[in-house]
Design a protein around this ligand. Structure first.
Ligand code: JEB
Length: 235
């Protein structure tokens, strides 16, 4: 999979060199290219923002550099998915990460200031499949942190990136429930015991206990996952 990121802060993405995704990049599974939007400006000050038509607070990102950037990074792409992190986007979910992990080409457009001139989204729709996506219901200063989170969520689902694919299905959200609690040695730590069932060697009892814990925690912390068509297949 190739991922192009367009941003005015390319250094935000330096951590991608490290760890799991960095190794996947080294092995040729992920080709992540980060581009400075200012490469597609033509004035002395490399201007990417301007005042909003109609007035109001803050600045809006100018469409021209975005148009040139999207043209350049998609010149050899066939129907890429073009994602714009936005507080006004649809919520980014594990189901979406799973779908996107099967794509050949992704482009992330990272806005700043009050966001990007709205016409850019329409233009991007003439290049590929546009998705406005939100990381969650809180306000960030730009799309970079959201993009990093989404690249991590998608990248780890690309076949071959994670050594043991079985660890993917067990974890949080893949079955629509929160994870069961984990414990390791020592069996007593600072007066706190590991639940005795986990030391019993009774694998049936352990599986039942873990499923109960998942259901109890989900009911307590994330009842929204249990009621309705939300998420994947919460039971
Ligand atoms: C994403 C962004 C801004 C109003 C307020 C702040 C570009 N979950 C999320 N919260 N905020 C963002 C996001 C995601 N994904 C987000 C892109 C931009 C915030 N801002 C600042 C814009 N409008 C600019």
């Amino acid at each position: 999979m190739r991922i192009d990121v367009v941003t005015i802060f390319p250094t935000y993405f330096e951590p991608l060199e490290m760890s799991l995704l960095g190794r996947a990049r080294g092995r040729g599974l992920l080709d992540i290219r980060v581009h400075d939007l200012r490469e597609w400006t033509h004035d002395r000050h490399r201007t990417v923002d301007d005042t909003p038509y109609g007035g109001g607070a803050g600045m809006v990102m100018k469409p021209e550099p975005w148009g040139e950037a999207l043209d350049a990074v998609t010149v050899d792409a066939h129907d890429p998915v073009i994602l714009f992190p936005s507080p006004a986007g649809v919520l980014f979910t594990q189901a979406m990460a799973r779908e996107l992990a099967g794509e050949e080409r992704l482009v992330f457009g990272c806005g700043r200031y009050e966001g990007i001139d709205e016409r850019v989204f329409d233009y991007a729709g003439s290049i590929g499949r546009v998705r406005l996506v939100s990381l969650g219901d809180y306000v960030l200063n730009g799309g970079e942190v959201a993009t990093m989170a989404m690249i991590e969520a998608i990248g780890r689902l690309v076949p071959g990136v994670i050594g043991n694919p079985e660890s993917l299905v067990e974890e949080s959200h893949e079955d629509g429930l929160l994870e069961y609690p984990g414990f390791t040695k020592p069996s007593t730590w600072r007066g706190r015991e590991v639940p005795s069932v986990l030391l019993s060697g009774n694998h049936g009892a352990i599986a039942r206990w873990r499923r109960e814990q998942q259901l109890e925690r989900t009911r307590e912390r994330r009842p929204d996952l249990l009621d309705g068509e939300d998420g994947d297949d919460a039971r």
